[in-house]
Design a binder for this molecule. Sequence first.
Ligand SMILES: [Zn+2]
Length: 282
Amino acid sequence: MSRTLLTILAHPDDESFGIGGTLAKYAAEGVDVHICIATDGVAGSVAKGHEQSKSELVAVRRRELDEAVAVLGATLHRLDYRDSGMTGDPGNDHPEAWINSDDDEAIGRIVQLIREIRPNIVITHDETGGYFHPDHIRCWEIVTPAFFAAGNPEQYPEIGPAPFQPARLYYTAFPNTLVKFFVLMMRLRGKDPTKVGRNEDIDLTRLGIPPKKIHARIDYRHYWDVKRAASAAHASQGGGQMGFSQWIPIWIQKRLLAKESFMRAYPPAPDGFRENDLFERV
Ligand SMILES: [Zn+2]
């Protein structure tokens, strides 16, 4: 049976920084991996040394995303909505922003993609967006109904080829054990974990999903370097920079960090359920 995976994520870089290990692993194992990115990345931060790219940021982010997706071995799809900032950002009122998109139109576009690609597995952000980013939460809001509508001949009958119901829907999850580790590392280095990010508006101590809610953990240590290379393609967003991890030996990082976590939304899974392959028994 051919195996196909479609992930719909908010920003150019979420496919690499977020779940790049899982995507690289499945692509290398022969799965047909499709990555759909909703926004153009124009509101994302610009890393030190890349200030010159601000004037043509959309074009720079397009090139970076093309390169990252090629490194991961996947096929790219773009929705090309405008990127937004965190809650309260003045750019969030823009009519072309992903967060202001028309529900029906946005769901229809995902239904079309699912009916064309016919994936077994669909992955998107969870309802917290990982760190409450409005663009991430919008993915959860749109992809969840689209996942079910794609298989229903009465919904969006005019869109795409025949209805198709994927077998599983997963949400990305940032485990709170990992959050606690990052909080500890920041405190050890004298940094404040309650004021993280470009605008210091992310409180790391409020984030994270408890282990019993995490239904799948994908070990990507054999694809560690692929994820690193894909992340490095996003140079204007600081991809490839080491941050605090430069202080930790690679073998310890692989041991502690080379796993990506998911919650299974459909079929629903009970607390404590755990699988280590998204395609298990599909
Ligand atoms: Zn993002």
